[in-house]
Design a protein around this ligand. Structure first.
Ligand code: SF4
Length: 109
C-alpha cells in the first residue's frame, strides 16, 4: 500500500514539475519566435531611404555621419551586440545591422 502511495506521489510530483516547466518555457519560446520572425530592414524601403540608413556605416556618404557612429552605439538600438543584427525602435522592431547607421543616430548613454 505504501508503495502505491509513493508511486502516486512521485507521479503527481512529476506532473507538477513538467507543468511548471511548460508554463516557464512557453513565454520564452514565444519571445524567441518573435525575435526570429523579425526581418532585416530593407535598405530600399521609403523609411530607410529617408533616414539614409545603410547596413554598413562605412559605405554611408552622408556629411552628418561622424567617425565611430554605428547602430550598436546608438541609443535606439535595442541590443547589446556589437556585430550581427538587432532591433531599432525607429524601424518598429525591424532588424538593423549593428555596424549600420542612419541619420537619426543618437549617442547611447
Ligand atoms: Fe541605427 Fe540608430 Fe539609425 Fe536605428 S536610429 S538605424 S539604431 S543609427
Amino acid at each position: 500500500m505504501d508503495c502505491i502511495n509513493d508511486q502516486r506521489r512521485l507521479a503527481r510530483r512529476a506532473f507538477l514539475l513538467s507543468s511548471g516547466a511548460v508554463l516557464v518555457c512557453l513565454p520564452l519560446s514565444v519571445r524567441v519566435s518573435h525575435a526570429q520572425d523579425a526581418k532585416k530592414v530593407d535598405m530600399n524601403s521609403q523609411l530607410a531611404k529617408s533616414l539614409n540608413y545603410h547596413h554598413d556605416a562605412k559605405q554611408v556618404k552622408d556629411p552628418k555621419r561622424q567617425e565611430g557612429q554605428f547602430c550598436h552605439n546608438c541609443q535606439l538600438f535595442q541590443s547589446e551586440k556589437k556585430t550581427g543584427w538587432g532591433p531599432c525602435t525607429l524601424f518598429s522592431g525591424g532588424l538593423v545591422a549593428a555596424e549600420g547607421w542612419c541619420n537619426a543616430w543618437v549617442k547611447k548613454v
